[in-house]
Design a protein around this ligand. Structure first.
Ligand SMILES: Cc1cc2nc3c(=O)[nH]c(=O)nc-3n(C[C@H](O)[C@H](O)[C@H](O)COP(=O)(O)O)c2cc1C
Length: 394
């Protein structure tokens, strides 16, 4: 397999990652809960949105930067929080941090990151947000929050859609656990993917075996258990966190408009609409369907971050037109890393950004912040010819 061949689509990256990664690692990334239909519904729902091109406008110069939660980003998207990224490629956390710095986009650092949260924000030159799981004990959570504050994180994301672990059939079938357990199945998997296994072994000799470093570095955490409940978070916990965290606070994993309204009333700075890429409640609605409803419920000014199912720059623009202020890439990033490490990730970010810029121009926009629901083809359906003629006459 030629890892240096450029990537031209996320699907291409996914196929290459599938070949290169041991089955259990690819399935951990690609897999979802239940019968995995929601993961694909997310993307299909994005595909089904139609946009309305506008013409005879000068769109030769376009600016893809945007501001979100008091920060400026070079692109309208960043990288979603993902635990144990370094299983896709040795040192993936640091590769992502370098890309975040280079492109001035936020990297969401998972509680279960493979490098300490302090190291990642330093490498990302400040372009990092910290994602918090209310895991294990209040002492551990407070310690993480204090460390994030001390490391100058400005944005904290509390993930709330993992009150209990979901059932993911592929992980069960593969016996995938963290820390890993070694039986004949797992050993065979590694032996039949020598490229990944050798690269991991070499990297581990100098950097140690990838493990969730925020747990390893804690005075309060017990051993990281991947399938543990993160159920310490309830409304009272959120209230307490709002008091404790002085920076911008975002709640991730919101789908219900009523929940969004309550979160807004608690002084939270942003709502992150997401169904965890279909990895939690498989029966939940496609995240893009929830986005429009949440925007209608919370009004125009509440910052909304969006992920789940984004596989292209076209999807990014569709999410912005549907009410998002900013978008995050989940598996797209992991497929890029799995396909070709730093080069693979860079290709994915390039092609997503370039396509977003092109679609923006085809819609008649030269800047990100002017994209709104008027770019949705459905928002033009109510216009009768008479209304159009009247608006021309005015
Ligand atoms: C391998 C993997 C690990 C993840 N780990 C976390 C995590 O630690 N914290 C979190 O809030 N979300 C986590 N997520 C969910 C992502 O942040 C994001 O919501 C999801 O991937 C978006 O869907 P998409 O992959 O279809 O784009 C993870 C997702 C993947 C694929």
């Amino acid at each position: 397999m030629n890892l240096s061949r450029p990537l031209f689509s996320v699907e291409e990256a996914r196929k290459r990652a599938r070949k290169r990664l041991p089955r259990m690692i690819f399935d951990f990334i690609d897999g979802a809960s239940g019968d995995e239909t929601l993961r694909d519904f997310n993307t299909e729902a994005m595909d089904n949105i139609r946009l309305m091109p506008r013409i005879l406008l000068d769109v030769s110069e376009r600016d893809t930067s945007t501001s979100v939660l008091g920060t400026t980003a070079g692109l309208p998207f960043g990288m979603a929080p993902m635990g144990m990224c370094s299983l896709a490629w040795p040192g993936a956390d640091m590769i992502m941090a370098r890309e975040a710095a280079r492109r001035r986009i936020p990297l969401c650092v998972s509680t279960a990151s493979s490098s300490p949260l302090e190291t990642i924000i330093e490498r990302a030159e400040g372009h990092a947000w910290f994602q918090l799981y209310a895991d294990q004990s209040i002492e551990f959570v407070d310690e993480l929050v204090d460390k994030a504050m001390a490391a100058d994180y400005e944005v904290l994301i509390l993930t709330v859609d993992v009150p209990i672990p979901s059932v993911r059939a592929r992980d069960l079938r593969n016996g995938f656990k963290v820390p890993m357990t070694w039986g004949p199945r797992q050993i065979w998997d590694l032996a039949t993917h020598p490229g990944w296994s050798l690269a991991m072994m070499m990297h581990s000799l100098s950097h140690g075996i990838p493990r969730p470093m925020n747990y390893a570095a804690s005075n309060h955490a017990t051993r990281f258990v991947r399938n543990a409940s993160r159920g310490l978070a309830d409304w009272a916990f959120l209230d307490r966190l709002r008091d404790r965290w002085k920076g911008k606070l975002v709640v991730k994993g919101v789908l219900c408009p009523e929940d969004a309204v309550r979160i807004k009333s608690m002084g939270v700075d942003g709502i992150y609409v997401s169904n965890h890429g279909g990895r939690q409640l498989n029966a939940a609605p496609p995240a893009i369907d929830a986005l429009g409803k949440i925007r209608a419920a919370v009004g125009d000014t509440m910052p909304l971050i969006f992920d789940s199912g984004i596989r292209s720059g076209e999807h990014v623009i569709k999410a912005l037109a549907s009410g998002a202020d900013f978008v995050m890439l989940g598996r797209s990033v992991m497929y890029g890393l799995g396909a070709g490490g730093a080069t693979g990730l860079s290709d994915i970010l390039d092609l997503t950004g370039n396509e977003a810029s092109a679609i923006m121009g085809l819609l008649g926009h030269t800047d990100i912040e002017s994209i709104d629901r008027n770019s949705l083809a459905s928002s033009h359906e109510h216009l009768s010819l008479r209304t159009v003629n009247r608006s021309i006459a005015e």
